[in-house]
Every structure is written in structure tokens, then in C-alpha cells.
Write a protein of this length. Sequence first.
Length: 352
Amino acid sequence: MKIVVIGAGYSGTAAANRLAKKLPKAEVTVINPRPDFVERVRLHQRVAGTAAAATPLTTMLRTGITSLVGAVDKVGAGSVTLDDGRSLDYDYAVLAVGSTVQPLPGTVPVGTWEGAERAREALATLGAGSTVAVVGGGPTGIETAAEIAAARPDLRVRLVGSSVAGSFSPGPQARVRAGLERLTVEIVDDEVTKVTDGVVHLRSGETFAADLTLWAIVSGVPDLAARSGLAVDESGRAIVDESLRSVTDERILVVGDCAAATGGRMACQVAGPQGAHAADTVALLAGGRAPAPYSARYLGRGVSLGRKDAVGQFTRRDDTLLRAYVAGGPAVVIKEMGTRGAKFSARAGIGS
Ligand SMILES: Cc1cc2nc3c(=O)[nH]c(=O)nc-3n(C[C@H](O)[C@H](O)[C@H](O)COP(=O)(O)OP(=O)(O)OC[C@H]3O[C@@H](n4cnc5c(N)ncnc54)[C@H](O)[C@@H]3O)c2cc1C
């Protein structure tokens, strides 16, 4: 049996390793644009220089799995075509291409490896007293602004967002803002409308000058599913059945950020388990058995505020918020354990 896994992030790596474990006779091939596994949840650290965020894929994949460096252009009808013309046949394919960014012109995105590399290089050229604007009040923006402010106290960091830390309840939200202010991040409660010649324009009509503007919002997904003719939702995510199979083509499983699975938000705590579940679905189908339904299981939401502070709020299994939250040292430990756990689970193919 031939199985092709497209994308080696948290979901694809977990899927490939579990497939190799459960179906040792199958030929499992992983296709990824670079020879590294990127810990996307550490990209803000990559930008600020506090973590490498990349590990050779060969050390992440079980022996026997083949990895190819390349980008898939099309998948369907039992065949995957790469953008360099190569093609591979499959019995099952796992689509795990993650999500992407849609930066405004004049900004550098931090949510992809390539963008984070550009941001890191640009940041390194900035002299003391320079201003860095970080666009996005969600977790990526908060973590990026905080990480840079902590690592480069010589810079002026301004975080612009219309609802900074809005995914937390009021208590932890206030604690996130206090933590940012402690790191001297200036919070601008507004929306960026455009960036021209180093001037950041806000919805309120105000402007300010920035030497570097980072786009810290993750939105949208690669159009591979849509381009390949798979049914997608309004955001381009592939629509799947309860066992994570594309509703268009049962031989294509879709996992992680690019899957429109019920209750699935874009998070590595969802991506890994979905990758593992997809592997189980393939193994059951290969054994002539019915696949089991997937159900999302959440633990909490958290943001790091540099290396010495963090805030985490616990959630119910269905992602609704509980009142309880932690901050400071204990939250730093929990956040770091979660980050390491996600990588460990992908490597072990255990998914959670
Ligand atoms: C700075 C930052 C901080 C974050 N922090 C957290 C956090 O604290 N907790 C949390 O749960 N989530 C967090 N996230 C979100 C989390 O990183 C994603 O939800 C997770 O990476 C999704 O995993 P995935 O496997 O779906 O996709 P990814 O990890 O993005 O992997 C997708 C892979 O597919 C590859 N690919 C894309 N197109 C193709 C193609 N055509 N052919 C082949 N390969 C392709 C990509 O290059 C990539 O290697 C954060 C994200 C960012 C950017």
C-alpha cells in the first residue's frame, strides 16, 4: 500500500509516524517544501532569536518513511503532482498543508517559516531606538511583540490590534495586557488599514512611523484543496466527514489547520491528534474495518510573554472557557511543556 503525506507540520508528521507504526508494510512518503520540521508555535522565538524552531525532518520521522523536498501542486485520482513535475501514485493521501498568512503590503509576516526568516533578518539590522510595529492582537501578535520586547529592550515595540487578547476572559485578558506593559510593549487598540513608506495608518485616522512592521495574523489556508477540486468551506478549508476523509474523495484524508473538521480551531493541540486519527482511519480501512469518528479535545489557551512570563486559561473539552487561569512561573512551565509535548507527540505519532 502507498500512502503520501502532504506537509510535515504537526499533523502531517504525526500522521506519517503513526502510519509507519500501524502499517509497517506500507510505503509512506512525506512531501514538504523544506528538509526541516518547523515548530510553528516557536516562530516568534525564531524572529526574536530565542529559538531555532527547525529540526531536521529525518530525525522526526520513523525509519522507513521516505521524505521528499518539494511542494505539491495537485492531489486527486490516486496521484500527487509536485510543482517540479514529479508525480507519485497513492492508495491514500493525507493532506496536511497547514494555514497561511495574508499580509498587507509593507509588512513582513511572522506566521510562516519564510516570513519569519525575513522578519528575523530585518530585526537584526535595526539599531537601538528603532520602532517595531506588530499587527494582530491574537496569540501570534501578543507572543511576537512580547518576545521581541524581552529580547531587544533597546527597541520600541508597538502592538496594534482591535481586540488584544480578546480570546481570553476579562481577568486573564487584563493580565496579558499588564504583562505586555511590563515588557514596555505599547498597546494600540486600533486596526491597521495600510502601511506606506514606513508609516502605519490606523482605522481611527491616526498614523505612526515604524522601522519594521510585522504581520502577526494567521489567516486562510493554501489553495491546494480547492485547486485539486476538493469541496472546501468559505475559508478554503477542505470539508471532511466525521473520520476526516474529504467528502469529495474518500482516499484523501485532511488534517490540521487546512481541514474544516467539526469543532476544529487552528491549533497544534488539534493538528497532532487529527494527524494521529487520520492514520487510525487509514489503518482501519486497510484492515477492512469501519473508521471511527474524530472528536476535538481541548485543554486550554495560552500565550507566552517572553521567556519569563505567560498566561494560560483552561477550557472545557469543547474549547469553551473555564474561569480558572494561571500566570507567571507556573504558566511558563505549562506553556513550555505544551510546546515540547506537541513536537514529541508528532515524532512519536501519538497525537496528543
Ligand atoms: C507564532 C505562532 C504561535 C502559535 N502558537 C500556538 C500555540 O501556542 N498553541 C497552539 O495550539 N497553536 C499555536 N499556533 C498555531 C499552530 O502553529 C498551528 O495550528 C499548527 O502548526 C497547525 O499544524 P498543521 O500540521 O496543520 O500545519 P503546519 O504546522 O503549518 O504544517 C504544514 C506544513 O505543510 C507544508 N506545506 C504547505 N503547502 C504545501 C504543499 N503544497 N506541499 C507540501 N507541503 C506543503 C508547510 O510548509 C508546513 O511544513 C501558533 C502559530 C504561530 C504562527
